[in-house]
Design a protein around this ligand. Sequence first.
Ligand SMILES: [Zn+2]
Length: 495
Amino acid sequence: MCKLNAIASPPIQPLIKPCKIRYPTPMAINFYSLGAAEEVTGSKHVIEVDGASYLIDCGAFQGSRAETDRKNRDFGIASDRIDAAVLTHGHHDHCGLLPLLVKKGYHRNIYATPATRDIANLIMMDSANIQAHDAIYLRKQAKKRGEKFTWEPLFTEKDVIQATSQMVSVSYNRPMPIGDRVELEFYDAGHILGSAMAYITVKKDGKKTRILCSGDLGRKGKPIIRDPDKVPAPDYIVLESTYGDRRHDSTTDAMHKLGEIARRCVKNKGRIIIPAFAIERTQELVYYFHLLVDEGIIPEIPIYVDSPMATNATTIFQVHPECYDEDVHEAFIRHHKNPFGFNSLHFTTSVEESKALNKHPGPLIIISADGMCEAGRIQHHLANSIQDPNTTILTVGYMAQNTLGRRIRNKETDLKIHGEWFKRRAAVEEINAFSAHADYFEATEWLDSLDTSNLKKLLLVHGEPKAQAYFKKYLIEKGYTNTEIVQYGKSYEFE
Ligand SMILES: [Zn+2]
């Protein structure tokens, strides 16, 4: 090669910065959790290989304000100790603290599927906006009381942009080295668009140790996305257990109930308010209402998706056909039918449009975020309609402890919204069939479909203690005798 060419061709920068090999022998693999251990939300799990740390998810804890702030501000691992981060999906309780990790100095790669990268960006940006608004509001309140204000947002939009810029998109079934002797492969988790199970293979002396982190495990037969994948025989499984003690209703029953609630709404000229996660649940509900109208089960009722994030998320759904199941793929690609849009469906983005819904005559359906009613426009709609007996509040997803959503689902009558007390006269209905999480039976059925002949340990994370205790007992009865419930910070040896 001539000298000129050598100068003109700069060395290609490797995508993966090689990790320092700290403890070359003997190979030690450990696992521990810094969140979502004996609780739901705040997923943060670490796989250590020869002293190098691989962070699986960096999610925000959700609960009461003081506890949330304390748990999220300091999550127990120094950013310079992490060699690579892996993101299983874009839900807030899995990606929500990545910007803080980056702000604290983490500069390495964050691996995610292409759709997860886009969804996570939306979720993290929304969180930065909410925190910025909270800071303004709380500062004003403190000033009124003559108190000193010291609270700062965990991160800003700038940190979100940095976190997104550190993401490396890895498609499903494309094995990718993420460290010395460590390989990552994403398998479809069937939970939300882009959701993945992280399948980690550690190679040493011709031997492979395979660790499967389920992330949030989805379900068979969900609309839009594919079923959870079968994965090659794992040695260790880290499995979520959100619905460890529950069975979901069948989708057919749920559609029947949804139709009934909608018809009652038409009769009473009332409104249905549905708190829903802006991603997946909202698009699914739109899809189900589309089906009910198409089949003539309900008349065309104005449906408002009142969430700028849900509107943006729907756009993300439209640009990721690689995640669709066969039905939606056929309809969307071959027949140019958009399952996310039909005549009576409206997406509102401006605050004026949202406020105008307060005066909109019934019947009317409003789907709005936040899914647990802790923030966002859903709180305004609840404050406006919760005292009206012609309103139905329909809960369709998991509600964490100490959230307004959980209190509504528990049918409490005195509810505090925006600092004011309201007497609930609205009806409360629950449909849990639309859950994005496998229930204990479905999760076990999925486990049974895998080759578990090499399985040495099954660790349960991401569940409330009662659900986990039930699930553990059930799994042991089904033959998964090495099932353990992961405790916060406790280290589990894998080899
Ligand atoms: Zn999730």
